[in-house]
Design a protein. Structure first.
Length: 169
């Protein structure tokens, strides 16, 4: 077994997943890498992503820029789906079809994005794997700033996850 695999196996899952998300960002979507997301939890029930409030994620008022908030929502739903696809033997193209956001309070601290639909995403992916058609599923993401507002939402998002099984080439 290679040294890299040994190191990978002893790391906690949240560190491995954070590395995977940031590597994906670095290689495919640089804006994801730029905001420095951290996987706080990825379980069979939920995915929680933290976006730190740092200079590069702030707006002119000192709260989180809405673009950084959109990236957090994207990561919370998208990474859960991406992990399910990676752990399956199937390949699928993943994209978000649309986004609706409600901004409720100014996020003036590190912001946590929670998607509680991991079981539904898994069922949805299995449905997609049995089909050759594109399917859509709405995902609800809630953003909170626990340091400032506890569990009160600062924003809510609905993103439409769109998946299609890739054909064998």
């Amino acid at each position: 077994m290679s040294l890299v695999k040994k190191i990978y196996q002893i790391l906690p899952a949240s560190i491995r997943d954070t590395f995977l998300l940031r590597f994906f960002g670095f290689t495919k979507v640089p804006l994801i890498f730029w905001v420095r997301p951290v996987i706080k939890e990825l379980s069979d029930k939920r995915c929680i992503i933290k976006i730190p409030l740092i200079r590069r994620t702030k707006n002119h008022l000192g709260s989180m820029y809405f673009g950084a908030l959109a990236i957090g929502a994207d990561c919370a739903g998208g990474f859960a789906a991406m992990k399910i696809i990676l752990e399956s033997s199937e390949k699928a193209s993943l994209v978000f079809k649309d986004l609706h956001a409600d901004f409720l309070k100014r996020p003036e601290s590190d912001t946590y994005f929670t998607c509680e639909q991991v079981p539904e995403i898994k069922e949805f992916a299995e449905k997609v794997f049995c089909s050759n058609e594109r399917h859509d599923m709405p995902l609800k993401i809630v953003a909170t700033c626990p340091d400032k507002f506890g569990n009160d939402p600062v924003a809510t998002f609905t993103l439409t996850l769109s998946l299609k099984k890739k054909r064998d080439q």
